[in-house]
Every structure is written in C-alpha cells, then in structure tokens.
Design a protein around this ligand. Structure first.
Ligand code: GTP
Ligand code: MG
Length: 456
C-alpha cells in the first residue's frame, strides 16, 4: 500500500501563512489525531474549510489553523487529501509537519503529489511537466506557454496521432495474422504513405523549437563596449532603478552583473560588463576576460559606443561573427545641435556594414532610446512572429521523443514488406507514448519528478 505523504507546500521561510499538505489513505486519520474543532473531524463535509487548532499528543495547542478536507477521488492526487493553513512561521510550520509524521505520515519526495496525480490518472506526464514550467515561469510569455501545455491540448493531439498509428499497426497485424479474414487490404506503399503523413504532422510540433527557447527560458543579452560609454547607465535605465554603479571613472564595472527584467512579457537577463580596453590593471584585465566570455555565452549583444569618440576596431572584432547585435551610439546630448544630424549620419554610415539597420543614436542619460532598443531586440529575435504562432512542443524531452518517432516513421520507406513496417511503426508509437506517459518507463518518470520541488 502507498504511504501517506506530508510536506510543506509553501516556500521555506517566513510568510503570512504556510500550507501543509497530506495525501494518502491515512490522510484523514493523521489529520483527525491532531486537529480539534467544534465539528468533529469525521463529520466535516468533504471539500469544505474548517477553523480549529492543532494539538500535540500532550494536549498542547501548536497553532490555530484552517483545514481543508478533500475526499478521494475528486482531489489532485485522487487520494484523500488534507491541507492545513497555519501561521507562516518556519518553526511553527515544521512543528505541525513533524506532528503529522509522528501520527503516521511520511515525508513526501520532490514532486510526489504531482507524481501521484499522474500515476492515479488525474493528469498525464506532459501536463505534469507543464505544472513545473508554470511554477518556474518568470514572465508572461513563459507563463502562457506553460499554461497552454497544462490545459492538455497538446497531449490530446499527441494521443490522437498515437491512436491513429496504433490503428494502422492493428490493421497490419490483422492482415498478417488472419489472412483468411475479410479485412480491407493495405499495401506496403499505402502504409508507408500513411506513416509519412503522420511524420509530416509531427514535424509541425518541433518546428521553431529552438527559436521558441527564448520564450521558455528567456533571453540573455550581454551589454558590452569601451569604458565609460554608458553600459551601466543603460542597465539602470532598463530596470528603472540604480542597480549598478555609474561613475565617470573609466573602468568602474569589473565583474559581470546580471539583472533580470521583463521586456513586454519576455524575461530578459541583461549582463553589465567591464569596458573592453588595453590595461595593466590585473583586476580590470580579469573583468575584461569575463566581458568576452559574456559575449560568447549570450543570445544577443547590445554594443554601446560613445558617439563623440572614434569606435574601436578591437571591440568590433569580437562582434564580427555574431548575428544578433544592436549598436547604441550614446551621448548624443553632448553633440552640438547644429552638427548633430550630420554627425549621426556619418557615424551610422560607417557602422552600417556591420550592424545594418540595428543602430540607435540616443542619450541614455536623458532616458532616451530605451524602448527603441528593446523594440529592436524583440524584433531581432522574432519575438512577435514566435508569439503569434500556436505554441508547439515546449520541452526538450518531448522534442527528443517526437524526433525519434519521426525517424522511425520515415524508416518505413526502407522496407518493402508490410510485416517489416510494423516494427518501425510500433517503435514510433512507443516514442509518442513516452511523451504523455502511456509507455514511459519508471526510470523516465522518476527522472522527471526528481526535478520538482518538495510539496508540489
Ligand atoms: N552626457 C552624457 N553622459 C552619459 C550618458 N550616459 C552615461 N553618461 C555618463 O558617462 C559616465 C560613464 O557611465 P557608465 O554608465 O558608468 O559607463 P560604463 O560604460 O558602464 O563604464 P565602465 O563601467 O567604466 O566601463 C557617467 O558619468 C554617466 O553619467 C549620456 O547619454 N550622456
Ligand atoms: Mg559600467
């Protein structure tokens, strides 16, 4: 018999309230032995909230709480479940949890509530993984992507394709095993065409997967340039507060500082870096090395130059092989008004070969150019077109199984006998089943839930 599990489901720390969750066949007896209220526990109706207090075995009150009693099967785990809302102190919450353990519950493993929801058929594997993505989402785009996956539309589509495949396999099996039956015949060519049609439909799921990574994981952008050009000023303007040090001393920033911001729904991590220049200062040299690494490890780069200074080929050298770079010509406020347009025009002309139309002249100090820079950034990574498309597969694991299924379906072209085809078709169906969990091994399932937090 499965153990009854208990865990704190709210984050570790101090808060207004904490939630302790208990699930399993003994959930009600565990709760009954520690919860005291006007209505005796057994008379509390399912799916109602009751006020009372938690009492230890010696009769000491630990806390006043609200208790939610939920009878199986209409619960997340499809097991009897109790949720206790207590005051949000770490000490008191842990004391109540310890009492639940004394009364017969055992500590829940990471993701065990959701694992039970999956095993008991409340959700499939794909939906379970979407729960975790939803918890981890940090901006609108990632949230929407997880939400759409959690609703189960993609699971249904995959399941329906898998079921078509199983129909095809059964059809072939019947013809092979019972040739005497009057079953409609299917030729190898017809089966191959059908397999190719399914493969083509599966390809749509993985199209744009790499491009869509920015929606799931966010975008990392290195802000680089010469010293004193306004890189840190840009970071502060972008996040609307003074997060990093800005001074007129060249070489102020040494370490790479990461700042996470929400750019119109996309989670963007900006990396402020040390200005790249020749220097004898050991600390600055290390900072500059880190700036170069930041360029390599980022999805895109914002290169900032002072429009009043000649740009340095040494820095542009690091950007030559990069395709996602925006060039910001800063400090336009220092140009004389009469020379401004001409100067900007000539500077832009020189840099156009490298940056094309991704050049913005502005004064970050005067808070200019920020939204233009971000519009160009979103445009550069195709955020608009990615968003407008129906969300496809969002998980690396799902992508792998779909690609394996496609390979197997396309392998059917190699064989000319119908019985040979059924082997590849069966493997393809198995791969699809691993996505939603119908054919996933215990190993795969364990590996997925290990990544969850305790209490989920
Ligand atoms: N006039 C003017 N000054 C600016 C502008 N942007 C930044 N500055 C000033 O330029 C100086 C350097 O700015 P920072 O943001 O520290 O430059 P940085 O590129 O981070 O410099 P390092 O960290 O030393 O590489 C500061 O005094 C800023 O106030 C601008 O648009 N116009
Ligand atoms: Mg700086």
């Amino acid at each position: 018999m499965e153990h009854t599990i208990a865990a704190i489901s709210t984050p570790v720390g101090v808060g207004g309230i904490s939630v302790i969750r208990i699930s399993g066949s003994k959930a009600f007896s565990v709760a009954e032995s520690m919860f005291k209220s006007k209505t005796p526990f057994r008379d509390i109706k399912s799916h109602t909230v009751t006020y009372g207090h938690i009492q230890d075995k010696k009769g000491n009150t630990l806390d006043n709480v609200l208790l939610l009693k939920m009878k199986a099967p209409k619960t997340y785990t499809k097991e009897d479940t109790v949720e206790i809302q207590c005051h949000g102190g770490l000490y008191v919450t842990r004391k109540i949890l310890a009492l639940a353990y004394t009364n017969g519950a055992v500590p829940a493993q990471p993701g065990e509530f959701t694992k039970r929801a999956f095993i008991n058929g409340s959700i499939d594997l794909m939906e379970a993984e979407a729960v975790m993505d939803l918890i981890n989402s940090q901006a609108e785009d990632a949230y929407r992507e997880a939400l759409s996956q959690m609703k189960g539309e993609k699971s249904l589509q995959i399941k329906s394709i898998r079921s078509e495949l199983i129909d095809l396999i059964s059809h072939i099996m019947v013809i092979m095993d019972y040739p005497e039956y009057d079953t409609e015949k299917i030729t190898a060519k017809e089966a191959q065409d059908k397999a190719q049609d399914i493969a083509d439909r599966l390809k749509v799921f993985v199209e744009d997967f790499d491009e869509r990574r920015i929606i799931r994981e966010g975008l990392t952008v290195a802000v680089i340039g010469d010293v004193n050009v306004g890189k840190s000023t840009f970071i502060n303007r972008a996040c609307g507060e003074n997060r990093v040090i800005v001074t007129d001393i060249a070489g102020t920033t040494r370490d790479v500082v990461e700042v996470k911001i929400d750019v119109k729904g996309l989670c963007v991590t900006l990396k402020d870096t040390a200005g790249i220049r020749s220097t004898d200062n050991e600390i600055e040299k290390i900072g500059i090395e880190k700036s170069k690494q930041a360029i390599e490890q980022s999805d895109a780069v914002i290169y900032i130059a002072d429009i009043n200074q000649p740009y340095k080929d040494e820095i542009l050298h690091y950007l030559r092989d990069r395709d996602k770079v925006i060039c910001v010509l800063n400090k336009t406020d220092l140009l004389l008004e009469k020379d401004k347009d001409k100067h900007i025009e000539s500077m832009e002309k020189e840099l156009k070969k490298l940056f094309k139309d991704r050049i913005i002249a502005c004064s970050l100090d005067k808070k200019e150019g920020i939204s233009e820079i971000f519009d160009k950034l979103l445009d550069m990574v195709n955020a608009g077109s990615i968003r407008s498309k129906d969300s496809a597969i969002t998980n690396e694991r799902h992508k792998k199984h779909i690609l394996d299924a496609i390979t197997n379906l396309e392998n059917t072209k190699e064989g000319s006998f119908i019985d040979m085809l059924s082997i590849d078709l069966t493997t393809a169906a198995e791969e699809l089943g691993k996505i939603t969990g119908e054919t996933a091994s215990a190993d795969i399932i364990d590996r997925i839930f290990e990544k969850f937090c305790i209490g989920k």
